[in-house]
Design a protein around this ligand. Structure first.
Ligand SMILES: [Cu+2]
Length: 488
């Protein structure tokens, strides 16, 4: 049996989310696809939970598409709630972006809507409700494969991470607003905020200037890490008490496509003794970086290539919860390998997410060198005590098609915020004042007191959200917009 036949037989076993439908010729006509929003019951640590599903007609979650194609899609709402889906990582026309009433209305119960989504260059993307329903697992992978991916002699393994609570998102949000998570707050953050000289400090930091010697970007004292204690952390809907086991080939090559679909939890991916190559972030290729641990914030994706050892074996791929001992993950295992039990709680807390990996990332394909036509500053602020969050810009962010836009982002709060721009990919061009040709991506983590500069090409007219991908920060006001002047 050659490797491709092996992969096919694995797919028949239906252990992985990945369907390996990439064997279809790339030039075949793309039939119209159908995705249904459903309700389903999930067993979480022996307790049943009612959650959303987002599946194709065969019941498989999410979508697989070919790079460069147009995804003709019927999105059907088979639930009794109104809903809408955002295509995170795709850059569709604004009317199809999927943020309720921006501009498209929610999909009513029983309603079906047609979409025509450009699949783009290829990469690990995803889709999710841009509402509190995201907490109830209304999310799924959206994998766009290139011809090279389809021909590659490697097994694709998709891992979708979630944080799960038996409480409703409305209850969780209310709890946060009441200050239910007061423990862990080391200082009065509002006072902290007030003591910062705002925009002025920000400009100093961005220019690498004096006054503030970046003492805070690595400072964990007084920083707020997690604001929700969840009941479980899931990988492909399962906990480590009953993890997904993906059959792999001895000595085989695996491409992990990891999506952090959690609403309020950062993770560090831990590949254990196997060193992996990080080859893409947010679906965009980067110059490969090898390692065993890679941070992933909410909304972000990591593609990691693993070369498995020749012998029989079981290889856990874990996601360590940031700043806490909980973990989740899947197990890659060769046929006949002994699979040990892995506790859902580790011996030590997962790393605090910082910019050490981001600083090393280099885009495999750069944004064209160009001076910005417009520059804006945006300051992220807020605090746990009042649980209000926001993005303040120096003036409304306006763009015209064809322009290069630069955003100087500064986090003036004591929590990290993954910042996501809709409808575009941006390049990270400076971190804490140091210029670089960083990753091209759609979601970047802003640790407390960090300053980042991003550039993007305004090539997709719309009124595009720029927001924190922490669901409860967004729901508490941490969102602004990039608006095109020539919007019709
Ligand atoms: Cu945030």
């Amino acid at each position: 049996m050659n490797r491709r036949q092996f992969l096919m037989s694995v797919a028949m076993g239906a252990t992985a989310i990945s369907a390996l439908s990439g064997v279809r010729p790339a030039n075949a006509a793309t039939p119209s696809k159908r995705l249904s929003v459903t309700k389903r019951t999930l067993d979480v640590n022996g307790r049943s939970a009612s959650v959303f599903g987002l599946t194709d007609p065969s019941g498989k979650p999410g979508l697989v598409a070919d790079a460069g194609s147009t995804i003709d899609l019927q999105l059907a709402n088979e639930t009794t709630d109104s809903t809408l889906i955002h295509w995170h990582g795709l850059t569709p026309p604004w009317k199809m972006d999927g943020v309720p009433d921006n501009p498209a209305a929610l999909l009513k119960p029983g309603e079906t809507r047609a979409y025509s989504l450009p699949a783009g260059e290829g990469g690990t993307q995803w889709m999710h409700a841009h509402t509190l329903q995201e907490q109830n697992l209304l999310a799924a992978p959206l994998i766009v494969r290139t011809a090279e991916d389809r021909a590659a002699d490697e097994q694709e393994v998709v891992i979708m991470l979630h944080d799960f609570s038996f409480k409703s998102p409305e209850e969780l949000l209310e709890g946060l607003k009441k200050g239910g998570m007061a423990p862990g707050m080391g200082m009065d953050h509002s006072k902290m905020m007030g003591s910062m000289p705002g925009m002025q400090a920000m400009h100093q930091m961005l220019s690498g200037g004096s006054g503030m010697d970046m003492p805070m970007s690595g400072m964990n004292m007084g920083m707020d890490v997690n604001d929700i204690e969840y009941d479980a952390y899931l990988s492909n809907d399962r906990t480590l008490n009953d993890p997904e086991v993906v059959t792999v080939e001895k000595g085989g090559r695996v491409r992990l496509r990891i999506i952090n679909g959690a609403t309020a939890t950062g993770f560090t991916i831990d590949t254990g003794p196997i060193t992996g190559d990080l080859i893409a972030v947010d679906g965009r290729p980067v110059v490969a970086i090898s390692g065993n641990r890679f941070p992933i914030s909410m909304g972000q994706r990591l593609d990691i290539r693993l070369q498995l050892p020749a012998g029989r074996g079981a290889y856990p791929v874990l996601a360590l919860r940031e700043g806490a001992a909980e973990r989740t993950g899947i197990i890659l295992a060769t046929t006949g390998a002994e699979i040990g039990k892995i506790s859902a709680s580790g011996l030590e807390a997962g790393p605090i997410l910082d910019l050490s990996l981001e600083q090393r990332l280099r885009a495999a394909s750069q944004l064209q060198k160009k001076e910005p036509d417009r520059k804006y500053s945006a300051m992220l602020g807020g605090d746990m005590a009042s649980y209000t969050w926001g993005i303040q810009t120096d003036r409304p962010i306006v763009a015209r098609k064809g322009e290069r836009v630069r955003l100087d982002l500064m986090n003036m709060s004591m929590m990290a915020h993954p910042v996501h721009l809709h409808g575009h990919h941006f390049q990270v061009i400076a971190i804490n004042g140091a210029r670089m040709s960083g990753a091209v991506r759609d979601t970047v983590l802003m640790p407390p007191m960090a300053a980042l500069t991003i550039d993007f090409d305004a090539d997709n007219p719309g009124h595009w959200p720029l927001h924190c991908h922490h669901l409860y920060h967004m729901a508490s006001g941490m969102m602004t917009f990039v608006t095109y002047e020539d919007l019709t």
